[in-house]
Ligand binder design. Structure first.
Ligand code: ARG
Length: 589
């Protein structure tokens, strides 16, 4: 389905050239003063300049013929006025608006077809690197954002017809593994340990190795050395370290799948740093042979600086002087692995912004080393931090890292208390399940409604509020519509409309037919908060409409049919958007 804007622009081109105007200037834009107009033509200034005329004069002449523009035989505008200093303001005819609304409602995909929306050179397949959990360490709040935003971007791409490959890229090969292995040995737990054991063991082992000066805990250097040794052993397939590591990996991944599943986050692959363990060595050898990597103070590095760099760009170290590989080596080898095993046109990494230097170095090094089959886009969505009310990174009550599990539990508990306090009538429904959906929606939406790159203040009370740009507010709008439909007994919506629409209905319809543009905007900017802002405004308009109209008691059948269409289109769009954001909707709340 072609958007109404592109249909109008097509006709505008014709009418422009009939009147001797350059058709390259024939396009309308959404008005930035919605109280004055739906759309506007902004090109009078450029045209006037070329013709050495006054922009108002040009606008007046233009309005004179645009007034008669027709789309599918219908007069497109009910208002077409020149306005100083040189715009043409336009108001869309309701009849045409109804046709577009009808098209949206009668199409499973709500009239949105990626092939029409995306430019012809848009990627056909995108690989997303998101999640980034570390094996044997509990998921902390920092892992919430990258998982939630990554999942939403992935679904957005799918919605636009782009294939995706989602890889969690586990941190499963570093020193934390050696620490856990040695501690398990010391505690005689090799034969049986669970995920809960691992969650206690890692912090214990880490504290033991590092010590804590502030609290007078000395570091256990012998243990630290053993942990390093164990890490090296498992990286070289030595037993029993390798078998222990595999067991830890299995237990952790099983648990991660549950945790991510709770958030509606699903990965195609649970690959990790260890996936490329055998690739790294020969890859670096080859880089040295080709003189892409060179020796510097005993280590091997690749220059990745470019002339246009404004920030410092140190060389990328791929092998340490003791022969060990680094985080960068595994990321570069991962790119090699992905190029060999998948055919993505673009790579999108949804990773904490503090890793930007590291990722930029890796992207450049892999291009320089010729690891890419063809030129490709690498994009780092530089994810901002979630801060506590003091503006600093969120810490748990005892000052340690904030576990994601605690956060989810808090959100569910608080949502349940709210439901109880408000004495909602949830006849026979599972209160816990509803509270869980609301709590998780609040968390996820709180996160997604902030632009990914922004740091934001985590405020659970605010996220859980039924007012404002929050998850519960959006869910409540849908629950309200559902209940209207139930009260009216509507099964099928008649989309043929036979009445005028008032201002708020016109506004809602106009916004509804813009959904495709919103998805494109979110795609282009790697920013799912654009979708949140849009559904919030749509829900807000809907709720104004709801308060201004008596839908259930309306006696005029034509008006009632119109109101049902309003409910229906808002419902369909918001549900579609929430499925992109991977947020579940309760039946009641
Ligand atoms: N495991 C890493 C961390 O917790 C994040 C991984 C991000 N992805 C990547 N390809 N480096 O910091």
């Amino acid at each position: 389905m072609k958007s109404i804007i592109s249909k109008i622009n097509n006709e505008l081109k014709k009418i422009f050239s009939e009147h001797g105007f350059d058709e390259n200037h024939a396009f309308i834009s959404i008005s930035n003063r919605p109280e004055l107009a739906d759309y506007q033509i902004n090109s009078c200034f450029n045209i006037a300049k070329a013709l050495k005329k006054n922009p108002v004069e040009v606008a007046t002449e233009m309005a004179g013929f645009v007034r008669d523009l027709k789309v599918e035989g219908i007069n497109a505008f009910t208002k077409c006025e020149a306005c100083p200093p040189g715009f043409v303001n336009l108001k869309l005819n309701d009849e045409l608006l109804f046709l577009s609304v009808e098209e949206v409602l009668n199409d499973d995909k709500l009239g949105i077809d990626g092939k029409e929306i995306l430019p012809s050179d848009a990627p056909k397949c995108i690989l997303l690197d998101y999640g980034g959990a570390n094996v044997a360490k509990p998921l902390h709040v920092g892992h919430l954002r990258v998982a939630v935003i990554g999942e939403a971007l992935k679904r957005l791409y799918n919605r636009l017809g782009i294939k995706t490959i989602g890889d969690v890229h586990l941190g499963d090969f570093g020193l934390q593994m050696g620490l856990v292995i040695e501690q398990l040995k010391d505690d005689n737990m090799l034969d049986s340990f669970t995920i809960s054991d691992l969650e206690i063991i890692y912090p214990k082992a880490s504290l033991r190795a590092k010590g804590d000066k502030n609290n007078g805990i000395e570091s256990d250097t012998e243990f630290d050395a053993r942990a390093h040794e164990a890490t090296k052993k498992l990286q070289n397939d030595v037993e029993p370290e390798t078998s222990i590591w595999k067991k830890i990996l299995k237990i952790s991944i099983d648990d991660l799948k549950i945790r991510y599943g709770e958030l509606n986050v699903f990965f195609d692959y649970y690959y990790g740093e260890s996936t490329v363990k055998d690739i790294m060595g020969p890859m670096v050898d080859e880089m040295i042979k080709k003189r892409i990597a060179y020796e510097s103070e005993g280590a091997y590095v690749i220059d990745v600086k470019e002339d246009t760099d404004k920030k410092e760009m140190p060389p990328c170290i791929v092998r340490k002087s003791d022969g060990a590989v680094l985080y960068a080596t595994s990321d570069i080898a991962t790119i090699k692995f992905r190029e060999e095993n998948f055919d993505a046109d673009e790579y999108v990494y949804i990773v904490d912004k503090r890793q930007n230097l590291h990722l930029t170095q890796c992207f450049r090094a892999s291009k320089k080393a010729g690891l890419l089959k063809r030129d490709k886009i690498f994009h780092h969505v530089e994810v901002g931090t979630m801060n506590g009310s003091d503006g600093r990174a969120l810490k748990s009550r005892d000052g340690g890292v904030f576990k994601l599990e605690t956060l989810i539990k808090d959100a569910k508990d608080k949502a349940l208390n709210q439901l109880k306090a408000n004495e909602r009538d949830l006849k026979g429904l599972d209160e816990n399940d509803i509270a869980k959906k609301i709590g998780i929606a609040a968390l996820k939406y709180g996160d997604l409604s902030n632009s990914p790159t922004r740091d934001y203040i985590f405020d659970l009370e605010k996220f859980l509020s039924f007012q404002g740009n929050t998850g519960p507010y959006i869910l409540y709008t849908l629950v309200r519509i559902k209940s209207i439909f139930e009260k009216l007994g509507v099964n099928k919506v008649d989309t043929k409309l036979n009445t005028d629409c008032d201002e708020i209905v016109h506004k809602i319809f106009l916004k509804s037919i813009k959904y495709g543009d919103i998805l494109f905007d979110a795609y282009k900017n790697y920013d799912t908060s654009i979708i949140c802002k849009y559904i919030y405004e749509l829900s807000d308009d809907f709720n104004s409409f709801y308060h201004e109209h008596s839908i259930i008691n309306e006696t005029d059948e034509n008006k009632k049919a119109l109101y049902i269409v309003v409910c229906n289109i808002v419902d369909k769009i918001v549900r579609d958007a929430l499925s992109i954001l991977a947020i579940e909707i309760p039946d009641k709340m």
